[in-house]
Ligand binder design. Structure first.
Ligand SMILES: N[C@@H](CCC(=O)N[C@@H](CS)C(=O)NCC(=O)O)C(=O)O
Length: 333
């Protein structure tokens, strides 16, 4: 039996190129038959997914960046070479392999753009329906958070509904299961919608670019928390005049070489594009709201970064995103 398993493994992993370990002829025949069935099943399964399913998957199902046959046989993930079935090119990744009903998504956050807006953009770009649950907020004095009233949020927090995000918002519900932390939600949704790269390495580069944005945001927050009005104004000016343009050039240099765009990582929009867009270029983004009226400085910061510029223009031109921005409720931040 151990021999049979070994041979079956070889058939799946290297297409049977290795020498069988079994010595007896009848045993070889059984093993070959089992291996052959496995191959036929794999081929049929792959072929059935390659054309029509792939088409419909892009609109109604999850897109996952996994290569076959590793998806189906994760225990063989460490195999040195994936098996190349006849219609597969070496190194070609099957982007859509799992068809499934779209889950019930519910995103719970305040009735503002805030840290949930990138997630809402991901829903819009992927044309995925979701419940956009918004806790109302009322400011006694505009911009003064000590005068804020948010009865629905308070009730939800007392009821333990926000426990997954340490008593804060947002959280995402997927078929009743909750995920907290806005960045975790973004990554999860991007993976579900095929906006997180074609493989783990591309996903890591997308992560890298998103973390750059976190660093840039932290630099801005440090400038904004400078004590004293004059010192704070000077620190904020320095951020837009020097820090942000320098950072954008570094961001551009950090992009993988050889991609022709228009998006940061090639032809396909990813979470990295949407994240950077919401930070420096989106209407109502990080520098275009009640607390920051610096959208022109933000846009100027990547004027000399051709790849970023092209990517930001390409994101701005996505019809579904344009519609989302035009139709979303007007809020101060
Ligand atoms: N790291 C968390 C931060 C969550 C957070 O601070 N949420 C704020 C709104 S942006 C909140 O719920 N504030 C209400 C409170 O602290 O009472 C995330 O990104 O999800």
């Amino acid at each position: 039996m151990a021999e049979l398993e070994t041979r079956y493994h070889q058939v799946l992993v290297d297409g049977g190129a290795s020498q069988p370990v079994a010595g007896k002829k009848w045993f070889k025949m059984i093993v070959a038959a089992i291996g052959g069935c496995g191959l036929v099943l794999l081929a049929v399964f792959d072929a059935s997914l390659s054309s029509s399913t792939l088409q419909s998957a892009t609109t109604s199902t999850s897109l996952v960046g996994l290569t076959s046959p590793r998806l189906r046989f994760p225990q063989f993930a460490k195999a040195s070479q994936p098996m190349n079935l006849p219609h597969q090119q070496p190194k070609q990744h099957l982007r859509a392999v799992v068809t499934q009903a779209t889950p019930d998504y519910k995103l719970c956050y305040f009735d503002i753009r805030g840290v949930a807006e990138t997630a809402r953009m991901l829903f819009a770009i992927s044309k995925t329906p979701f419940e956009d649950k918004r806790f109302t907020i009322k400011m006694g004095i505009p911009g003064n958070f000590s005068t804020i009233e948010r009865p629905e949020f308070d009730a939800a927090k007392s009821a333990g509904e926000l426990d997954c995000n340490l008593g804060k918002a947002p959280y995402l519900e997927v078929d009743g299961k909750k995920v907290g932390q806005s960045k975790a939600i973004e990554r999860y949704l991007a993976k579900q919608f095929g906006l997180f790269g074609a493989d783990d390495l591309e996903a890591a580069v997308i992560d890298q670019l998103c973390e750059h944005v976190v660093d840039f945001r932290n630099a801005y927050m440090r400038a904004r928390s400078t004590q004293g009005d004059e010192a704070k104004a000077a620190a904020t000016k320095k951020f837009f005049d020097e820090t942000l343009p320098t950072n954008m050039k570094l961001f551009e240099k950090s992009l993988p070489a050889g991609e022709s765009g228009p998006f940061l990582l090639g032809k396909q929009v990813t979470l990295a594009d949407v994240n950077l867009y919401q930070f420096v270029a989106a209407p109502g983004g990080a520098f275009d709201n009640q607390f920051s009226n610096n959208k022109e400085e933000a846009k100027a910061s990547f004027e000399n970064c051709p790849r970023i510029k092209a990517a930001m223009e390409a994101v701005a031109a996505i019809p579904e995103l344009k519609a989302h921005i035009a139709e979303r409720p007007e809020r101060p931040f």
